[in-house]
Design a protein around this ligand. Structure first.
Ligand code: PAF
Length: 280
């Protein structure tokens, strides 16, 4: 595996791969890799002959400076994991490589960006669109792989691709969970021992809510889930939403969506965790 830090080196290596007619797959990450990320690398390797994983903690997508400061940075162990999982390139650029000039582009995603993460993290998806569009332009991948834990991000990236010239096929990969159900996230490493013990309640609540959704109205399922999580001393709900899986717009009754999904954002302060589950 090549570990490279500059766009020019990356372009040279990709040129060689393209000359050999290799399908190029991109796995963008912010590092602190876990089995969820590695499932993206595996998915990439099954579809593509050449896998580029990127590790870049993108400052423009953080709406909270403390969150950016505290984000785990573990490049050494990330590179070992990527090497062991068969990535061909680890691209770990500095900020100036990605943003030689400040990125002032403003993206528009309509209703998709006005709910849930878009509503509670203003500017977040614009920053995601800036870095992902830049990575696509640099890498020009045939495929790009993203996790469904960030389900709204995946929808935003699909919408972004429709607006861009680079048009990789976007592949969404299922949420990977710890044995106790907690959705894998780089942020889990920031939880205290006590918070880590309590955090699986989020996934357990979503799974129980899925059962309740078979008999209760939408509003009651949301209310029950928020109550169950807020009853825990270590956890605090920022939002619980039930939305149409395609439009991500909240639904009021089950007949409003062919496929509904339950979304949660929960603080184990100061750490913020998100999760989601398909309901029907
Ligand atoms: O999901 C992430 O880790 C990030 O939002 C991404 C897509 C790598 C962009 O920085």
């Amino acid at each position: 595996m090549f570990i490279i830090h500059t766009v020019s080196e990356l372009r040279q290596l990709l040129q060689l791969a393209r000359r050999q007619n290799k399908t190029i797959g991109l796995v963008p990450t912010m590092g602190a890799l876990h089995a969820g990320h590695l499932s993206l690398v595996q998915a990439c390797k099954t579809q593509c002959a050449f896998t580029v994983a990127t590790v870049f903690v993108n400052p423009t997508q953080f709406n909270n400076p403390d969150d950016l400061h505290n984000y785990p940075r573990t490049l050494k162990s990330d590179s070992v994991l990527l090497q062991n999982n068969g990535a061909n390139i680890l691209f770990a650029p500095g900020e100036k490589e990605i943003y030689p000039e400040p990125d002032t582009r403003v993206f528009h995603f309509g209703d998709l960006e006005n709910v849930m993460e878009g509503k509670f993290r203003p500017g977040h998806f614009n920053g995601v669109a800036q870095v992902v569009s830049r990575l696509f332009a640099i890498t020009q991948p045939d495929y790009a792989f993203f996790g469904e834990k960030d389900f709204q991000q995946l929808a935003i990236i699909r919408a972004l691709v429709a607006q861009l010239e680079e048009k990789p096929v976007i592949v969404g990969c299922p949420v990977v969970r710890e044995d106790d159900g907690l959705a894998m996230s780089s942020r889990n490493a920031l939880l205290s021992k006590k918070q880590r013990e309590h955090a699986p309640l989020i996934a357990a609540t979503l799974m129980q809510a899925k059962e309740k959704a078979k008999t209760l109205p939408v509003a009651e399922v949301k209310q029950w889930a928020a109550g169950a999580i807020n009853a825990d001393s270590e956890l605090e709900v920022e939002y619980i939403e039930i939305a149409d899986e395609k439009t991500l717009q909240p639904i009021k009754q089950w007949s409003d969506a062919a496929h509904a999904r339950l979304f949660a954002a929960v603080y184990a302060r100061p750490v913020r965790l998100i999760d989601n589950i398909a309901l029907n």
